[in-house]
Design a binder for this molecule. Sequence first.
Ligand code: ZN
Length: 155
Amino acid sequence: MLTAESLSGDPIQARYSVGSLLQQPVGTQVTHDIADILTREQSSLVSGHITFTHTNRGIALSGEGEADVRMMCMRCLDEFAAQVAFTIEEQVHPDPRYAHRRGAEGFEEDDEPGIREDNTLDLGEIIRQHIVLHLPIKPLCRRDCPGIKELNPDG
Ligand SMILES: [Zn+2]
């Protein structure tokens, strides 16, 4: 299972080759189950699907999925697992000049996953970033969690 801690590292290994899609006409779409793109050991970590569309600027990714993530309750500090639903809307470009232009608009160039020279995408990193975006800001093990007993004698 993914953890809030592991998600600050590099927990998902998934490379996806867009070489053949880039040779298809603009507008061509392919959809994959995320589990099919992950390694066999990691295929149960994330579920969902991603559609890849060849656009005139690169590849557009659109998808949605779910992942179980172990995190800490902000009230009682117990660990619990929650299902985190996420969506992916991302554009990736083969031309580094695009990354440059986006950088000028305030994006961190180095963190932008793009299409590498060998026409592969670091899909694991893209999925990781989108799960992180959808993590609860105030994780609670349950909605009426009373918090730590010792600090809450009246409760
Ligand atoms: Zn709690």
